[in-house]
Design a protein around this ligand. Structure first.
Ligand SMILES: [Zn+2]
Length: 193
């Protein structure tokens, strides 16, 4: 019985031993290549995501500010213009200073005035970000082409925007990524200031 089984095993190994051994070796090779590749693989870059707040750290455009009108893609009634419109920015009123700060290092790409938006400064940043500060006082401290640093005072909040509800000095702050307006709340802790 014992011999018979041994013979069976020998016969099996003679027939299939080479194939089995090859299969085991191939499997081992594939496994080794896989392990080596995963060890040597470069660290994956964090994927860019609109909701990702880790990539870039912004500073608030005003200190100790409250949000008087939040970002809304939904249409809201604008009692000044007597029409419904979306509000693609955040209105801020500061409780201690009207100074307005650049939220990141960047380059001033536009300084303009029109009665609806008031005095406006646009600053271009890295990673496709652009910040826009509207309803500024006419005393703007930067000009097109200036390089600014995060937290640098660029002007003061005013009441120059006549196209929005709200009284007194305030800032309409908007943020864009690759040309598309985005919700600043996803990047800045505006509510807590
Ligand atoms: Zn606004």
């Amino acid at each position: 019985m014992q011999i018979k089984q041994e013979n069976k095993f020998k016969t099996f190994f003679k027939r299939y031993g080479a194939i089995t051994l090859t299969a085991v070796l191939v499997f081992a090779c594939v496994l080794m290549i896989g392990i080596t590749a995963s060890v040597n693989a470069p660290q994956e870059e964090p994927t860019e995501d609109v909701g990702n707040t880790n990539a870039v750290i912004f500073t608030s455009p005003m200190t100790n500010a409250s949000v008087t009108k939040d970002y809304s893609e939904l249409l809201m009634y604008n009692s000044v213009l007597e029409r419904f419109e979306s509000h693609l920015g955040v209105d801020l009123v500061s409780n201690d200073s009207n100074d307005v700060f650049s939220v990141l290092d960047g380059k001033v790409v536009d300084v303009r005035y029109n009665s609806l938006e008031g005095n406006v400064v646009e600053i271009e940043h890295s990673d496709g970000f652009l910040s826009e500060y509207s309803s500024l006082d006419s005393n703007i401290l930067v000009k097109v082409g200036d390089l600014v640093t995060k937290g640098q005072v660029i002007g003061t909040a005013g009441a120059s925007a006549t196209g929005e509800d709200g009284e007194g000095a305030r800032l309409h702050f908007a943020l864009y990524k690759n040309g598309t307006d985005i919700d600043p709340n996803n990047y800045l802790d505006l509510q807590a200031k």
